[in-house]
Design a protein around this ligand. Structure first.
Ligand code: F6R
Length: 260
């Protein structure tokens, strides 16, 4: 895993945007895997800036989001569709028919999840998957204990995730208890993964994911097995990494190569 330690949230977001933009420029009809939550907001802001100021073109890009709360309609202010629309899609030139966020309203969940997987396959697979990490080590909503080979399905959220995400809702009782999420196996099929983390609260789980054993108890740790995963973390989130100096040294040394 390539580990980039950025000075702060802004630098983390800029570096992530540089990597995503490179994919979009090299392959204008690329497939982006996207995440919601607080972490990627800076990345999306930077992509919007690049679109507005530098003409970064999303007209042929297709996107698949990792997850959606089960039970929330797309127009619900806390739904992930709404989040994506407000924080990215409405500000760039992506046709809305090119964007895919799992539906939180489907009745036949199993059939729908198979369909979501099929749509990703039909699109040619995900070129780059943006990921945040939950306080319990989840990627997508793959909570501890999720099979490392899991596919898109309905998951029950842990108490910790419900608590972590209650900051977006008026009352904790309003936080949905279920979500449809891409599986760990689905995520691992992306050609490239981009894991982002910032803030002191993530320091311990980031160290577990990057340097701990690969375990279904911290689903982000499976990214150690991914052939092309870049983790970009800010100084605070990097605080508990044992090999921090080495990662910084590697990045400095690699500047002599053409590496974004
Ligand atoms: C969101 C998602 C989650 C978040 C994670 C971190 O689509 O899949 O795994 O990335 O819960 O959330 P934040 O960024 O709010 O700390």
């Amino acid at each position: 895993m390539r580990v980039i330690i950025a000075d702060n949230y802004e630098a983390m977001s800029k570096k992530a945007a540089e990597i995503v933009a490179k994919t979009v420029m090299e392959k204008p009809d690329c497939v982006l895997g996207l995440a919601t939550g607080s972490t990627p907001i800076g990345l999306y802001k930077e992509l919007i800036r690049m679109h507005k100021q530098q003409g970064l073109d999303f007209s042929k890009v297709r996107t698949f989001n990792l997850d959606e709360y089960y039970g929330l309609p797309p127009e619900h202010p806390q739904s992930y569709y709404y989040f994506m629309y407000e924080n990215l899609f409405k500000h760039i030139n992506i046709p809305l028919q090119n964007v895919n966020v799992p539906s939180g309203l489907v009745k036949d969940v199993k059939a729908y999840c198979l369909h979501y997987e099929e749509m990703i396959k039909q699109a040619g697979g995900i070129d780059i998957q943006v990921l945040g990490i939950g306080g319990d080590g989840h990627i997508g909503f793959n909570e501890p204990g999720s099979s490392l080979g899991s596919r898109t399905r309905l998951k029950t959220l842990t108490e910790q995730t419900v608590k972590d995400n209650s900051r977006f809702f008026e009352r904790i009782e309003d936080v949905p208890r279920f979500a449809i999420t891409m599986g760990v196996g689905t995520i691992m099929e992306a050609r490239k993964c981009l894991l982002l983390a910032n803030g002191t609260k993530k320091a311990n789980v980031v160290a577990q994911a990057i340097e701990g054993p690969v375990t279904a108890q911290v689903t982000a740790s499976v990214l150690q097995l991914h052939p092309d995963c870049v983790a970009i973390v800010d100084q605070e989130a990097a605080a508990e990494l044992k090999r921090k100096e080495y990662y910084t040294y590697v990045e400095r040394m690699s500047q002599q190569f053409d590496k974004v």
